[in-house]
Design a protein around this ligand. Structure first.
Ligand code: ARG
Length: 579
């Protein structure tokens, strides 16, 4: 629609003497489709033209009628509502899509690299709902940026270092049941951590023991290191199962421990830049001017901290990987940590601190409850995913008992349902997770969108254009040759037109989603496309339409398929051709 906004703005500019860019921004999309395709509000002109907005609107309307691609322009109160010439608009959009003129991909991000910190679960603790959200949102953002030509580093910053490991080690030696741990490592290790805290309430010696154990780890004591390595490997095994299921890919899996040998340099640099202050034996960076509490760099016993490791990691991403901006997809509760981190980087004189972004998100609750691992209340994520897949399978068995690849499809749908449910709301909102709702084929769900994609595939299959197993990102229908496809049509019906118009918003939605780091815009858009397609599919003959209409409607079905497919790929959701 941007193209038509600009064209309209250029005519308006000559009429009202305001620059095109400003006018383009003023032009709106009417909330009700009946009103037209574009609306120009005249409020802002009232002052300079010294006329009532209504008067301006009625004077402008007839002049806009003279623009060739406009079939109707009418004043409605202070607005001029504009209807485009449908055939002209549709052929523009189809050609734009066909030639991929910034439609599915673009190249704004060329020669720029973004490091996205995502997932980042903690060793010896269950993969939480927060880590799930980070994985899902981070992946979608990474995919989005890649469509715009950015190089993206997908970094899993595993929580594999810190005083908690000293505590777990102490509890392991005191209360550990080796057999039980071997059977359910993460669950048992987490239980040991919980037990440590319970016992430490009445037995303060434990805290000292914990610190000493972590010191042994930092000093490289072999036995302690071996135990830690084992915890890392059993945890990763479990995390990797979840990643395999979600289809998550990382370019770098670099735990906090990776920065151990890079910490001294960071502390030195801070000290050389006169940023370190000693406070109660610990070394901190004061952040009074920024109104933040001091950022803890080194404890009195010499142990480094979460923030120190994040500083080293940021410098590594910037200097060694060459990232020009750093994004952190981490829950909103760590807001202060990232404010402090970015403030310290900025005080160190790094201008890339301005290109650091904490991409925060809200809690995911199940049945209205927050899940906390501290209290040992574990939601087993794997169970949630497995259950989603099981339910998807039940639905498939009922709807389409003969489906060949039923298990793979159930996995695509069950997992897709969980992902879509997360991404359809703006990330900052809390989401309440209900399996029944997420897995349903009706409503605003992943399965609904996937089903619509499969339906479009099925139409194309019946037309002999798509073979049973084929899934392609290429068009399977005939290309549009100039206006050849559109011209022979009697007239363009509303349902086809509205579908094409909705699809045409895709590039604008994609750009906005990138700028606002908000994948929910893509999810919402693709729900709109699905709704419009289903309406079109139910009411308009496609395969049995007259020849010119048939060719055009198949092309439109193909356009729908490609758009849903591209959107699902951005969201990190599979797109089965048959459900
Ligand atoms: N492991 C941390 C946690 O679970 C999240 C790490 C986020 N990333 C970072 N660079 N601090 O709370």
């Amino acid at each position: 629609m941007h193209f038509f906004k600009e064209k309209l703005a250029s005519t308006l500019s000559g009429l009202v003497g305001i620059d095109e860019t400003t006018l383009t921004d003023w032009i709106e999309i009417p909330p009700d489709k009946q009103l037209g395709d574009l609306a120009f509000p005249c409020f802002q002109l009232a002052k300079s033209l010294r006329k009532a907005p209504q008067t301006i609107a009625s004077e402008l309307a007839p002049k806009l009628m003279e623009i060739p691609f406009i079939v109707k322009a009418e004043a409605v109160g202070p607005y001029v509502n504009v209807h485009l010439n449908r055939k002209e608009a549709v052929s523009y959009w189809l050609l734009q899509m066909q030639d991929n003129r910034d439609f599915f991909t673009s190249s704004t991000g060329q020669n720029r690299a973004v490091a996205i910190d995502l997932s980042s679960p903690n060793i010896a603790k269950p993969f939480s709902m927060g880590h799930l959200r980070s994985t899902i949102i981070g992946t979608a953002l990474a995919n989005l940026l890649e469509t715009d030509g950015y190089q993206v580093f997908r970094i899993n910053h595993l929580g594999d270092w810190g005083t908690q490991f000293g505590k777990i080690i102490v509890a392991y030696h005191r209360y550990g049941d080796v057999e039980a741990i071997k059977k359910h490592p993460i669950q048992e290790l987490n239980a040991l951590y919980v037990r440590f805290h319970e016992e430490a309430e009445t037995n303060p010696v434990l805290e000292d023991e914990g610190r000493a154990a972590f010191k042994r780890l930092e000093d490289g004591d072999k036995e302690t290191l071996d135990l830690w390595r084992w915890m890392v490997s059993v945890s990763l095994e479990e995390f990797n199962r979840t990643y395999a299921m979600l289809g998550t890919q990382f370019t770098h899996v670099l735990g906090e421990s990776f920065y151990n040998d890079k910490m001294a340099a960071v502390v030195n640099e801070l000290s050389e830049k006169n940023l370190l202050t000693t406070s109660e034996g610990a070394e901190v960076v004061m952040l009074e001017e920024e109104n933040f509490p001091p950022c803890l760099i080194r404890k009195s016993d010499g142990a480094t901290l979460y923030a120190t490791r994040d500083l080293a990691a940021a410098l590594y991403r910037y200097r060694d990987l060459g990232a020009t901006s750093l994004w952190y997809v981490v829950g909103g509760e760590q807001r202060l940590h990232f404010q402090q981190l970015f403030a310290v980087l900025s005080r160190m004189g790094y201008s890339f601190a301005n290109d650091c972004r904490h991409i925060a998100f809200g809690l995911m609750k199940i049945g209205g409850k927050k899940m906390s691992t501290r209290k040992g209340q574990i939601v087993r994520l794997q169970e949630v995913l497995d259950e989603a897949v099981r339910r998807a399978k039940d639905i498939i068995d009922e709807k389409n008992p003969g489906l060949k690849s039923a298990d793979a499809t159930a996995k695509a749908i069950g997992v897709g349902a969980v992902i879509f449910n997360d991404l359809k709301t703006h990330r900052i909102h809390e989401i309440n997770f209900s399996l029944e709702q997420a897995v349903a084929f009706e409503g605003e769900t992943g399965p609904y969108v996937q089903y619509t994609h499969a339906r479009a595939c099925s139409v194309l299959r019946k037309a002999g254009l798509l073979s049973g197993l084929e899934s392609t990102s290429e068009w399977v229908t005939e290309p549009l040759d100039g206006d050849v496809m559109i011209q022979p049509l009697q007239e363009l019906d509303s349902l086809s037109y509205e579908l094409m118009k909705t699809i045409s918003y895709f590039p604008e939605v994609r750009k906005r989603a990138i700028n606002e780091a908000d994948p929910s815009l893509v999810a919402k858009h693709i729900l709109d496309v699905s709704q419009d397609f289903n309406r079109f599919y139910h009411e308009m003959p496609i395969l049995n339409a007259a020849p010119a209409e048939r060719v055009f409607r198949l092309r439109l079905t193909d356009a729908t398929r490609l758009t849903i497919r591209a959107a699902l790929e951005i969201l990190g959701i599979e797109h089965p051709v048959e459900i």
